[in-house]
Design a protein around this ligand. Structure first.
Ligand SMILES: Nc1ncnc2c1ncn2[C@@H]1O[C@H](COP(=O)(O)OP(=O)(O)OP(=O)(O)O)[C@@H](O)[C@H]1O
Ligand SMILES: [Mg+2]
Length: 589
């Protein structure tokens, strides 16, 4: 057995070895609690003292946070910096070595009297700017040697580094947590921005789509109007030809074909006008459920047995004001499309419900006004519409059907009609699953009132004829003149009978619109009399605010048309058109 094989004698590890171990542990410590724990054990082992304390600086106080001693010292207590030895060590940035506490003036002896302490060393932690101190205490008079002091100071230095690490780490942790929060905030903000951008894009797309439809509508509307005039001439002449050459079989056949084609053209134009929102409508108060119920029977017959028509009508659906015939045609168009999408059969479901389209929805859909709507939903279990085509299905002439199968005007008509009725239409479709169309028709507001049929636009418009207004009330005259100008008439004005006669003498006038009660002793009747005597072809319309203003000349002029005040522009337009297009007054029946 040689010397190296000899076991080392059992012995306490030397202080420097304990110090090295403590430094290792401190370098791994991640919390203040752990540092205190290490120090309170190591400090006592290294120094061989009867007690140690760990003191933290807390502003102007020394906080005796922990201790390890033969009997209690000051654990948990705080003392002013100026009144304790740890305060002295920290303030003076050096270690205090006190062999006999009872002769040292720096020691508050009252605080020490109850304790075992007779001598001590107090080493500051982080000498350049102390933030803690480590104290070692002996129960007898002990003059710590330089070796012991150096060991304790080394432990204090390692503690300072460890404390710095912990604070660095905790501030790092705080910074990391902050960075994570910020990243989270940025992510949320980014998601919000992205969502907004998408919504804006959607709204813009909607707007672009509706502008496109509007443009196509204007174009087709304008064209349809011109074509209608051409077709009127063609159809009119063909009619004449057919009556005149009734007995010529060749003419009959050829003109018959031509007429058929022209009538088909007229039908096409009618549908284009519907798309352009310019078809004459006859809105009436309509019970949507009743209309759908009646139509469903017809539909079932039209669609055939392989398609099952189902109804899901919610009770109390709001009444709407809409052209019932056109609504039926629209639903029939949707049903026909559904049938074509389900060649192998399937289900067609029509549901009704009340819906409130809110401001948010209105903001996202061009032309939609927020409010109450009766909704009619038509769903099929057909092939669906591919995503890239769905934006085009309402365009006129867009069809995926064979040339002789579809014109591509069915949905255009529905679209134009619903829009013209103040409503809204949308579509949801999934390929291979089916398609849902929803028609929203505005709820009728005034439950009591039946709407008046809207007169066909453009029907009573002037053609540049000259109208003389004889009216003493300048304001009434001005309004009438404006209405007439906007209706397409040329207007002359007179405030009394003699001015009116002068105007008739100096101008060509097609129609005289005269008030009955006039100033200066001469009435509108007098004016009409005088005018007719000299210009028998002149058309005359009388106006009056008094239903019984017939006066003495009444009977003689009874056959002249009378427009009661207050009248609306449409009334004026109709009265003038009737008078201008009818026979002169003297030939009137
Ligand atoms: N329910 C539906 N399922 C699947 N596709 C549909 C449906 N409704 C419409 N479509 C598609 O929209 C296109 C346009 O429909 P629209 O009714 O306007 O014209 P069409 O049916 O082709 O012809 P028309 O109605 O003039 O006879 C159709 O060709 C079809 O591709
Ligand atoms: Mg169709």
């Amino acid at each position: 057995m040689n010397a190296t094989d000899q076991p080392l004698p059992p012995n306490d590890p030397p202080p420097w070895s304990i110090l090295v171990e403590a430094i290792e542990s401190l370098s791994a410590a991640r919390t203040l609690e752990r540092i205190i724990e290490i120090v309170r054990i190591a400090a006592r082992d290294i120094s061989g003292a009867d007690g140690v304390t760990f003191v933290l600086r807390d502003g102007d106080l020394c906080h005796y946070v922990d201790e390890n001693a033969i009997s209690p010292l000051w654990k948990g207590q705080k003392f002013p910096m100026s009144a304790c030895i740890s305060g002295w060590a920290m303030l003076n940035k050096r270690t205090a070595v006190i062999p006999d506490i009872y002769v040292d003036p720096r020691i508050p002896q009252d605080a020490y009297r109850p304790t075992f302490v007779k001598s001590l060393i107090m080493a500051p932690v982080r000498v350049e700017d102390p933030l803690a101190a480590i104290g070692a205490y002996w129960a007898d008079h002990h003059l710590p040697n330089a070796h012991e002091t150096a060991l304790l100071e080394s432990l204090a230095r390692a503690t300072a580094i460890s404390l710095a690490n912990v604070s660095l780490e905790s501030s790092l942790r705080a910074a990391t947590a902050q960075a994570v929060t910020q990243a989270e905030e940025i992510r949320t903000a980014y998601a919000e921005v992205k969502r907004e951008a998408m919504q804006r894009q959607q709204t813009e797309e909607q707007l672009r789509q509706s502008q496109k439809m509007e443009a196509i509508g204007q174009l087709t509307g304008g064209m349809a109007h011109d074509f209608n005039n051409l077709l009127s001439v063609i159809i009119g002449n063909l009619d004449l030809l057919l009556t005149e050459k009734e007995n010529d079989p060749t003419t009959r056949e050829l003109a018959g074909h031509a007429l058929e084609a022209a009538l088909r053209g007229a039908d096409l134009i009618r549908r284009l006008l519907a798309f352009a929102r310019r078809q004459p409508l006859q809105p009436r108060r309509v019970d949507v459920n009743e209309l759908v119920r009646k139509l469903a029977t017809l539909m079932q017959r039209m669609l055939g047995e392989h398609i099952k028509v189902e109804l899901d009508l919610s009770s109390d659906v709001w009444t709407v004001i809409v052209d019932p015939a056109q609504l039926e045609t629209s639903l029939a168009n949707l049903a026909t499309n559904a049938r074509d999408a389900m060649p192998q059969g399937g289900r067609l479901r029509i549901a009704t419900a009340n819906r409130y389209l809110d401001e948010d929805y209105a903001a996202r859909h061009a032309e939609v006004i927020a409010g109450d709507y009766a909704m009619i939903e038509v769903t099929d279990t057909g092939m669906g519409i591919p995503g890239h085509l769905i934006g085009r299905i309402f365009e006129p002439f867009f069809t995926t059907k064979a040339q002789d199968k579809g014109t591509g005007l069915g949905l255009s008509m529905v679209f134009g009609f619903i829009k013209q009725s103040g409503g809204h239409i949308n579509v949801y479709s999934e390929e291979g699953v089916g398609t849902t169309f929803r028609l929203y028709v505005p709820r009728a507001l005034d439950e009591a009132q039946e709407p008046v049929a809207v007169p066909e636009k453009n029907a009573a418009i002037g053609k540049g004829e000259v109208v003389l207004i004889a009216e003493d009330n300048a304001e009434v005259r001005r309004v009438a003149a404006m209405q007439l100008t906007s209706l397409g008439y040329r207007v002359l004005e007179a405030g009394d009978v003699s001015t009116a006669i002068r105007a008739l003498e100096n101008n060509h006038v097609d129609l005289l619109l005269t008030d009955i009660i006039m100033p200066g002793g001469r009435s509108g009747y007098d004016l009409a009399h005088a005018a007719l005597a000299r210009w028998p072809a002149l058309r005359i319309v009388l106006t009056s605010g008094f239903p019984d203003a017939m006066g003495k000349d009444g009977p003689a002029l009874a056959k002249l048309p009378m427009l009661n005040k207050p009248y609306r522009k449409d009334d004026l337009a109709r009265a003038l058109r009737l008078a201008l297009d009818g026979p002169p007054p003297d030939q009137a029946p």
